[in-house]
Each structure stands twice: as structure tokens, then as C-alpha cells.
Design a protein around this ligand. Structure first.
Ligand SMILES: NC(=O)c1ccc[n+]([C@@H]2O[C@H](COP(=O)([O-])OP(=O)(O)OC[C@H]3O[C@@H](n4cnc5c(N)ncnc54)[C@H](O)[C@@H]3O)[C@@H](O)[C@H]2O)c1
Ligand SMILES: [Zn+2]
Ligand SMILES: [Zn+2]
Length: 355
């Protein structure tokens, strides 16, 4: 587009997003600009749109970018303009208190040290639902895409696969574990795949939607349970006597509590959902605090090394994210894409947006 402008999806307020012309970013020291070739919409973008997760009006949203390097700022080495790259949803700097303490997603670079600081795109800086994207800390965050992988094969690694897998990794799933995953949206489906990859002997996928439960089996669930048909906690206890790991992939009181109620003593609740309001712990659901339970939370791991590993999982055919990409839209139709995604029309799982 002429005159240094570009099209982007801008958040204006609750339930008000618009695709409009904005200034195109320019690379500065330590950053890069990519021309976005594929992106998508996350469940968290819906929380933003509904006002459940606040961001500033005027912000370009979206945090799942695949693109081609357009400009490299000073200080970035080992890349050339034209390289195809995947950038994680979370962009750690690799140098701050959070990063050097091993908590890359809690990177404090530029934002002070506070929770979720590593999540910048479409949160604290402009995001990926745009023709061009400024990538901060580019040296740590541009992951070159091998020639034998398509954009469609890697776009879901930026967030949902990285997040979903981390649900199983943070829980420390061991070979032979029994794992239940509450909610089989895109995140939960990847958590199911992750639990299987980590060596679980039984993975139970839980949802209310029969189509998503079908996909759950395809992603590796051995058993699927529909909350509309069975008392899920009772059924999980009957099948396992209490699971080693329960993964929460929705962000509600109900699913959080069900996860607790499914755990064996000493088991781990691994939480991925984004919550709003208040979360309560009924004493009987966690053995009054005496059950040696662990509760862990994880923000999507990012950075180029994480992306390299995830791309290797796709290359080696251990994991195929492409069945989760169900609909395609041009950037101009982003508002329609949000509507379809939010209303879960037409069996949608993830929508691809092509700027
Ligand atoms: N931790 C992170 O870094 C991170 C990253 C991305 C997204 N998220 C969060 O993860 C959550 C899930 O995201 P998503 O995109 O998969 O969401 P989604 O809305 O697409 O899927 C949610 C699923 O939950 C199912 N469901 C509804 N009620 C249920 C119940 N009571 N029991 C079981 N299943 C039920 C729905 O049928 C649906 O399939 C969101 O809160 C999102 O914000 C977290
Ligand atoms: Zn996300
Ligand atoms: Zn950092």
C-alpha cells in the first residue's frame, strides 16, 4: 500500500473492531518488520473483544503471526530480508529478570516486571492481524520456517499448540499417566495431543460439542466424554480412580472445580484457561488442602527456540495441526471471521486470515 500505510484490525472498544488504514511500522534497533502472510484469531482475542481482558482502544490485535522479513533493524544478525519466519505469540527478550530466571513468558522487557509481560502482540504493542508487524526483540523471536513446511502447517504453533502442549509439559506428565483434559477447543485439543506426546497411557477429552469430541479422538484422546451425556467427574473416577493430571482448557469455575475433583491425591491440576471474576476452591474438592495436589498455570511459551522445536514436531509427523484450521478469510473480512469464530458457526475450530 502506498504512502507508508497498511490495513489492520483495530480494537476500538467493547464489541467494536474495524479493519482500517493505519501507519505501517518501521524497523528500529533490535526489531524487525515482517509482512504478515498468515494469521488467525485466538479465544483470547474474543475475551478482548468482549471487554473481559482490557486493552487500549486503537490497538491492532492478534498474536499469531507467520510472515516474510521486510525490514531488519540494526543489531539483528543471521537473517535476510525475504526469509520466511514464524513468530511466537509471546516474545521474550532473553535478557531480563523474568527470562534469565527461566520464566520466558513473564519477560519484563519494556513493560516493567509484571504477569504476562512477555505477551506483547495485541496486548501491549500492535498485533498480527495486519499487513505488517513490528517484531520486538527480533533476534530472540524470528524463527525461520524450513522450506518443506507451509504457512498453514506452522501458524497454529505460535499460540495454541505451544500453549496446549505446555499444559501437559508444565504438569510433568509421565509415561503411563492418566490425563483428563477439560474443554476441547483449539487449546484443549492441543493439550490432548500434548498429553499423548508426553507418554500418557490414557487421555480423556471432555467437551459439550460432539464435533469437537470427534476431533479430540483424532488428536489422541482414548476416551471422550460429553458433559451433556454423562456425569463427567463420576465417569473419570470410575475409569481411573483419580487422574494423575487434569488439564483445564476453558477458564471457568465449573471446569476448574471439575479438574480438582478428578485428581488423585498427589495429582496435578494444570490450568491454561483465562479467567474472569472470582475462582473458588471448595474445601472438599481439594482434600481441605491436605492432598499434596499441585496447581500450575502456564502462559504460552514463545521465542524462536520453542518455535523451532514445534516446527520439528510437524516436520517429523509427530503432530499435524492442519485439521484444526477450518476456515479462510481475507484481512478485509476479519470482522466476519470474528463473528463466525465467536458464534462457533459451521463447525469452526480456527480461522486462517490472509492479509
Ligand atoms: N494460557 C495461555 O497462554 C492461553 C493461550 C491461548 C488461549 N488461552 C485461553 O484458553 C481458553 C480456551 O481457548 P480456546 O480457543 O480453546 O477456546 P474455545 O472457546 O474455542 O473452546 C472452548 C471449548 O470449551 C467447551 N466447553 C464449554 N463449556 C464446557 C464445560 N463446562 N466443560 C467442558 N467443555 C466445555 C466448548 O464446547 C468449546 O469447545 C480460553 O480461556 C483462552 O483465553 C490461554
Ligand atoms: Zn492466544
Ligand atoms: Zn525478558
Amino acid at each position: 500500500m502506498a504512502n507508508g500505510m497498511m490495513k489492520a484490525n483495530v480494537f476500538h472498544g467493547v464489541n467494536d473492531i474495524r479493519v482500517e488504514e493505519v501507519d505501517r511500522p518501521r524497523a528500529t534497533v533490535g526489531t524487525a518488520v515482517i509482512r504478515v502472510t498468515l494469521t488467525t484469531i485466538c479465544g483470547t482475542d474474543l475475551h478482548i473483544l468482549r471487554g473481559e481482558y482490557p486493552v487500549k482502544p486503537g490497538l491492532i490485535i492478534g498474536h499469531e503471526p507467520v510472515g516474510v522479513i521486510e525490514e531488519l533493524g540494526d543489531g539483528i544478525t543471521g537473517y535476510t530480508v525475504g526469509d520466511r519466519v514464524l513468530v511466537g505469540a509471546i516474545t521474550p527478550c532473553g535478557q531480563c529478570l523474568g527470562c534469565l530466571s527461566g520464566h520466558l513468558s513473564q519477560c519484563g522487557s519494556g513493560q516493567g516486571y509484571k504477569a504476562a509481560g512477555g505477551w506483547q502482540f495485541g496486548n501491549t504493542i500492535h498485533g498480527a492481524q495486519a499487513e505488517y508487524l513490528l517484531v520486538p526483540n527480533a533476534q530472540a523471536n524470528l524463527a525461520k520456517i524450513p522450506d518443506d513446511l507451509t504457512d498453514e502447517q506452522v501458524v497454529l504453533l505460535a499460540d495454541i499448540a505451544s500453549t496446549g502442549f505446555s499444559g501437559a509439559e508444565s504438569a510433568g506428565v509421565r509415561i503411563g499417566d492418566c490425563v483428563v483434559v477439560f474443554a476441547q477447543g483449539p487449546i484443549g485439543l492441543c493439550a490432548t495431543a500434548g498429553a499423548k506426546l508426553m507418554g500418557a497411557s490414557l487421555v480423556i477429552g471432555v467437551d459439550a460439542d460432539a464435533k469437537r469430541l470427534e476431533m479430540s479422538s483424532r488428536m489422541g484422546a482414548d476416551v471422550t466424554l460429553n458433559i451433556r451425556e454423562v456425569d463427567v467427574v463420576h465417569e473419570v473416577m470410575r475409569l481411573t480412580g483419580g487422574v494423575d493430571v487434569a488439564i483445564e482448557a476453558l477458564g471457568t469455575q465449573e471446569t476448574f472445580e471439575s479438574c480438582l475433583r478428578c485428581l488423585r491425591p498427589g495429582g496435578t491440576l494444570s490450568s491454561l484457561g483465562v479467567y474472569s471474576g472470582k475462582l473458588q476452591l471448595p474445601y472438599d474438592a481439594f482434600a481441605a488442602g491436605l492432598g499434596d495436589h499441585r496447581i500450575v498455570t502456564t502462559l504460552c511459551p514463545g521465542g524462536k527456540e520453542r518455535m523451532r522445536r514445534l516446527m520439528n514436531m510437524v516436520r517429523s509427523r509427530r503432530f499435524d495441526p492442519t485439521p484444526l484450521l477450518t476456515h479462510w478469510f481475507p484481512l478485509d473480512d476479519t470482522v466476519a471471521a470474528y463473528k463466525l469464530f465467536a458464534e462457533r458457526q459451521d463447525g469452526v475450530l480456527k480461522v486462517a486470515i490472509r492479509p
